[in-house]
Design a protein around this ligand. Structure first.
Ligand code: NAD
Ligand code: DAU
Length: 348
């Protein structure tokens, strides 16, 4: 039976990727390796934890000995690497943990995979999940393509850019068969409420201020998380070796317009007065080094692999809000404890 290791599978995107692979590929055994940081949550996978082709192992990708032993024991045919420190604001206050997990952790996985298969990479693949933030910031026009130069501005994006470079370097130097994808902003169920959409959903539920950074005119391209999981599945199985694929939602929104749409949908679902939640919008100090605009040209993955987003933003946002409103226990669990300190330091 083929074996695939998915790192960071207890996190937001990772849990959707693990679920898709476990359900879709009964002939592949999926190993989910996650150190369960504040962002990792096994309850994200409670519906598939008993499947016979699924194993969870708690472990840290920064621990080279643990990773080497794991690869020797299980002889993974494929790696899908998502484990990361992923929040830009946290990277500004604590850059080192981003270097450790995102750079050192990635190199540990590359080494373990290279040493395991040595020169015999036939039928093997290392899939690295990356971000559009490596390309830096766009002005009012233009789109990121796969050939856009790297120009990262935050410690988070610098660490992800570095990890992408290491993956490419292992491809060139050791012939390691890799695919990289760079995706835009994801949203959907199980998103940790430190990122814009789930944070604001939680604050609207609790009638707390909605802290919009700067003037709110920053632009992001949003993709429903299950559509990202489909794209990863396609590119893992059918993408070409040593290629990069940009993934995006063809769906740009200025933050302030997105927040107003979210307020409108939530007021309807919570049966509140029209514009009630908009009153919670509060403009706060800007994020240092805040990238003005990200926008992805996803035509390569569309033409080569036939991938397209399957839901409109309005549909995806409605499904996301419904998920949070029916999973208030999940929200309460993840926002108790250390989240309270994070929130105080970041916003007060
Ligand atoms: P997340 O923060 O929700 O989850 C990260 C997971 O990695 C958590 O389960 C955490 O416990 C685990 N982890 C962290 N450090 C680890 C370590 N040292 N060892 C083992 N496990 C560790 O992140 P996410 O938003 O799901 O992002 C997943 C990947 O996708 C990341 O590589 C991120 O850069 C990339 N990405 C995210 C987005 C987005 O919008 N969220 C967009 C494009 C790319
Ligand atoms: O583009 C892909 C990236 O998208 C991923 O690689 C990252 O892992 C992911 O976190 C995300 O990064 P962003 O910085 O774009 O996402 P975030 O949700 O933190 O912020 C989205 C926008 O909203 C950004 O312009 C900052 C703004 N914002 C965010 C927060 C948390 C606010 O105005 N207020 C807030 O409180």
């Amino acid at each position: 039976m083929k074996k695939i290791i998915i790192t960071g599978g207890a996190g937001f995107i990772g849990s959707h990727v693990v679920r898709r692979f476990v359900k879709q590929y009964k002939d592949i055994h999926i190993f989910n390796i996650d150190s369960l940081t504040y962002a990792g949550n096994l309850s994200n996978l409670s519906d598939i934890e008993k499947e016979s082709n699924y194993t969870f192992i708690k472990g840290d990708i920064v621990d080279a000995e643990f990773i080497n032993n794991l690869f020797e024991e299980h002889r993974f045919d494929g790696v899908i690497h998502l484990a990361a420190e992923s929040h830009v604001d946290r990277s500004i206050s604590d850059p080192i943990s981003f270097v450790m997990t995102n750079v050192v952790g990635t190199v540990n996985l590359l080494n373990a995979f290279k040493n395991l298969w040595n020169d015999n990479f036939e039928g093997k693949r290392f899939y690295h999940v990356s971000t559009d933030e490596v390309y830096g910031s766009l002005g009012q026009d233009g789109l990121f393509t796969e050939t856009t130069s790297y120009d990262p501005n935050s410690p988070y994006s610098a660490s992800k850019a570095s990890s992408d470079h290491f993956v490419r370097a292992y491809g060139e130097t050791y012939g390691l068969p890799y695919v990289i994808s760079n995706c835009s902003n994801n949203y959907g169920p199980n998103h940790f409420p430190e990122k814009l959409i789930p944070l604001f959903i939680n604050n609207i539920i609790n009638k707390k201020p909605l802290p919009v950074y700067g003037d709110g005119n920053y632009t992001r391209d949003w993709l429903y998380v299950e559509d990202h999981a489909v794209a990863i599945d396609l590119a893992f199985h059918r993408g070409k070796n040593h290629e990069t694929y940009n993934i995006g939602g063809f769906n740009e929104w200025k933050n302030i317009d997105l927040v107003k749409l979210l307020c409108k949908q939530m007021d309807q679902k919570l049966q509140r007065k029209v514009s009630e939640s908009e009153q919670l919008i509060t403009y706060v100090k800007d994020r240092p080094g805040h990238d003005l605009r990200y926008a992805i040209d996803a035509s390569k993955i569309n033409k080569e692999l036939g991938w397209m987003p399957s839901v409109t933003f309005e549909e995806g946002l409605a499904k996301t809000i419904d998920w949070y409103l029916s999973n208030t226990e999940w929200l309460e669990n993840v926002t108790s404890g250390s989240y309270q300190n994070y929130y105080k330091n970041q916003y007060q």
